[in-house]
Design a protein around this ligand. Structure first.
Ligand SMILES: Nc1ncnc2c1ncn2[C@@H]1O[C@H](COP(=O)(O)OP(=O)(O)OP(=O)(O)O)[C@@H](O)[C@H]1O
Ligand SMILES: [Mg+2]
Length: 241
């Protein structure tokens, strides 16, 4: 027998313009808290529905657009990423159950975005975090989000690559490695914006150097396919120096 939704659940769902099926009860309650706190006025439409997270465009009470990323509780894939939390003193104490891990990733993304904001990386600005719901600035133009780089390619060739590598270097100098960088996690506005920092690690992490090398290799490979060539070793030397 299917459980009948509570009346209060139904009312909450009615307040969202988006299909209510995409929200589980826990996320719905967090969204409702964000509305009560005056962080959000409405959740407008899903920008992306993925395996690990759903991202929505939402609107604040003063009419500004924001992005809301809701990490999913179905955490099987997260277990494989446990080593992203290893060696990071910020996350040493987390208990290793599904819920805690998902929340730790959301918290990690939020904290990494805070570092990025402080040092001037082209990335979303973190606004609010509640459990596994993260509110950040909306990267887009008018109603629509910017496309990701895999969809449109580099828009300004060399200078887009320079901008990405300058951000990678700045982060590295601040002891941060993205660790999941690719054309899928870069949004193309006036400049390339880096997104999806949940897997970002600090340079004390045992695999930080390997992650950095992988990030840079993936980006150079993508630019190579788009007619911009750089030497991997020289590029890494320039980031590390
Ligand atoms: N701040 C933002 N503003 C506008 N759109 C965003 C923002 N952040 C993310 N997006 C959109 O949502 C998509 C997914 O975001 P993100 O890469 O952070 O999630 P994810 O962890 O990769 O999720 P999954 O792996 O489940 O797809 C991005 O490709 C982008 O289109
Ligand atoms: Mg992503």
């Amino acid at each position: 027998m299917t459980k009948k939704p509570l009346k209060e659940d139904h009312q909450l769902k009615e307040r969202f313009k988006t299909e209510s099926e995409v929200f589980d009860r826990e996320a719905l309650l967090d969204l409702s808290k964000l509305m009560k706190k005056g962080v959000l006025q409405s959740v407008d439409y899903p920008v992306s529905t993925g395996k690990e997270a759903n991202v929505f465009r939402a609107t604040t009470p003063d009419g500004k657009y924001v992005a809301v990323k809701i990490y999913k509780n179905e955490t099987a894939p997260f277990f494989r990423k446990m080593d992203y939390l290893e060696g990071d003193p910020r996350f040493e104490r987390i208990k290793h159950n599904d819920r805690d891990i998902v929340r730790a990733f959301a918290r990690k993304e939020f904290k990494n975005l805070e570092i990025c904001e402080r040092i001037g990386i082209h990335s979303p600005k973190p606004y609010f975090l509640i459990n596994r719901v993260l509110v950040m600035s909306f990267l887009g133009e008018g109603e629509l989000p910017y496309p990701t780089m895999n969809m449109v390619g580099p828009l300004h060739g060399e200078s887009d690559l320079d901008s990405i590598l300058a951000d990678v270097r700045k982060m590295y100098k601040e002891s941060l490695v993205h660790a999941d960088l690719s054309e899928y996690n870069i949004m193309m506005g006036d400049v390339p914006y880096l997104i999806d920092f949940g897997q970002g690690v600090i340079t004390r992490h045992p695999h930080a150097e390997r992650f950095l090398e992988r990030d840079v290799a993936i980006i150079l490979k993508f630019f190579h396919r788009n007619g911009v060539d750089r030497d991997l070793k020289k590029t890494l030397d320039a980031i590390r120096c």
